[in-house]
Write a protein that binds this ligand. Structure first.
Ligand SMILES: *[C@@H]1O[C@H](CO)[C@@H](O)[C@H](O)[C@H]1NC(C)=O
Ligand SMILES: *[C@@H]1O[C@H](CO)[C@@H](O)[C@H](O)[C@H]1NC(C)=O
Ligand SMILES: *[C@@H]1O[C@H](CO)[C@@H](O)[C@H](O)[C@H]1NC(C)=O
Length: 473
């Protein structure tokens, strides 16, 4: 009966191919034993549950759950690629990564000496694009790729070209290794690193934004996810009770990047573009599956960024040894580093600009805070592209700034992936600050110097404003 109905639908042209079926066909073609894979993933899921089942962890979780600030009912519920991918995640790795047979084998091979950590071999099995220092990635589109979606792809590629040494060019007949953008896909996913031959970045209908495309392209460069870093247990607790059954394996830990125990000195960053959002794979989508540990609770609403952070970018530049080729040395101020895309300038953290990162961006709005002040900050609607605006608050030397976000309007959102206000209280602006996009929590944020950044970003079709109470302390 069901198959006859499907046939009827097929005749009328409104039948959708089974998305899971297509992905599974691909995996089978590669020689992956799906029955065995699902058994192993089930085993991994059970082990993950066990990891977080200790009495200590459960006690901490109970406190974090009780303190969690649930969104009010006038909040717009946001989705990301993890929700778009739905059941596909059964056969994907970490929610949106397509592994090869060899990578799967290594991913499931765990280090008996380290709790739930995959062997180093997984990251060793991720190949980089060549040549090192100036990699070029040929790309193409599947037949029939809609012309009106190409600008989003181009904008994402330009984004990465502008800040790393990775370059893209349209593939020719003779290119063997090619990234193919595919729109005939039920979800958003990518292979990790250079697989060899044609590999796809799959972009279904919910995946066409620079945010999502740049995230998937980062996987194609060779990155995994931040919440799976080997050191993640210092920062987060995973609430396995709220994870949809059979999806727990997506939270397994990865080995450090490419044999670098210290992950190239890149700190764990909640606000990274490659971090899952707090409700990833949730059963109750009003509650997190990822809790920031008590020392980091102000980051609870700040997971997953719209654009690559300073450190996300630095990671790509480290992976591809982008600045190793630079003949010149350059001195950068305010935590800048030599730019992976251009040896003659510095790549600056938020709030800094100029060749040596000693100037303020021309577009920033400067506010000299001489007495307490309530301000309203606004970012316009980001209809075709992300709109952003940066406010730089400076207090007299010796003073610090305390900020309380008192309201967010006209709309509030359940997650700050594509729209929000970020307050950066640290003088070191390489690290992300705290984000607000839903009902604000009134905990004051205090700067560690006489400056504070307020960054607004928006990919939504409505402007976003926030009222912020600034106090000199
Ligand atoms: C949702 O918000 C409206 C208006 O604030 C309120 O009247 C209503 O009772 C709320 N509903 C729930 C289920 O909380
Ligand atoms: C586990 O640790 C022991 C002791 O340090 C070491 O001898 C052994 O080789 C390790 N096993 C693996 C698989 O790395
Ligand atoms: C800012 O707003 C708060 C709350 O409305 C008010 O109590 C305070 O006096 C205002 N501060 C300034 C400097 O206007």
């Amino acid at each position: 009966m069901v198959s006859r109905l499907l046939c009827l639908l097929a005749l009328t042209g409104i039948c959708l191919a089974s998305p899971l079926g297509d992905l599974e066909k691909e995996l089978k073609k590669e020689g992956v034993d799906l029955v065995k894979l699902h058994e192993e993933l089930k085993h991994e899921s059970e082990e993950l549950e066990e990891e977080f089942s200790s009495k200590d962890t459960q006690n901490q979780l109970a406190k974090l759950r009780a303190a969690y600030h649930t969104c009010s009912n006038d909040t717009i519920q946001e989705k990301t690629e993890l929700e778009v991918n739905g059941d596909l995640t059964k056969d994907l790795f970490e929610g949106d990564i397509v592994l090869t047979k060899e990578q799967w084998a290594r991913a499931l091979d765990r280090d008996p000496n380290v709790t739930l950590q995959r062997r180093q071999a997984l990251t060793d099995a991720i190949k980089m694009w060549t040549p090192m220092g100036a990699p070029i990635i040929p790309y193409s589109y599947v037949d029939g790729f809609p012309e009106d979606k190409k600008p989003v792809i181009i904008a994402s590629l330009k984004f990465w070209e502008g800040r790393t040494c990775v370059k893209f060019r349209e593939a020719t007949e003779t290119d063997k290794n090619v990234v193919v953008f595919n729109h005939i896909s039920p979800g958003c996913s990518s292979s990790v690193g250079m697989v060899g031959g044609k590999q796809t970045v799959n972009l279904g209908s919910g995946c066409f934004s620079v945010t999502v495309v740049a995230h998937e392209v980062s996987h194609a460069f060779g990155t995994l996810h931040v919440q799976s870093r080997s050191d993640r247990d210092n920062y987060i607790i995973v609430d396995t009770a709220n994870i949809q059954q059979g999806k727990e394996h997506n939270f397994m830990k990865d080995p450090p990047y490419y044999g670098k125990i210290d992950n190239y000195g890149i700190p764990y960053e909640f606000g990274s573009m490659q971090h899952y959002h707090e409700k990833a794979f949730a059963i109750d989508t009003t509650k997190p599956t990822i809790y920031a540990k008590p020392a980091f609770t102000q980051y609870q609403g700040s997971m997953e960024a719209p654009r690559a952070s300073f450190y996300d970018t630095l990671l790509i530049n480290k992976l591809y040894k982008c600045t190793d080729k630079c003949q010149n040395k350059i001195t950068c101020q305010n935590n800048g580093v030599q730019d992976g895309a251009d040896c003659n300038k510095c790549f600056c953290p938020k709030g800094w600009a100029g060749t040596n990162c000693d100037m303020r961006p021309d577009s920033a709005i400067m506010i000299k805070l001489i007495s307490n002040q309530n301000i309203t900050v606004t970012v316009e609607a980001g209809t075709d592209e992300m709109k952003e605006i940066l406010y730089i608050i400076e207090a007299p030397v010796g003073k610090k700034i305390q900020a309380v976000v008192t309201s967010i309007y006209r709309f509030m959102y359940s997650m700050c992936r594509t729209v929000g206000v970020e307050i950066v209280p640290s003088k070191d602006t390489r690290v992300n600050g705290f984000r607000f996009c839903g009902k604000p929590d009134a905990t004051p944020i205090v700067s560690d110097s006489n400056q504070m950044l307020i960054w607004l970003y928006n990919e939504k079709a409505n402007p976003l404003s926030a009222d912020i109470q600034l106090t000199l302390v």
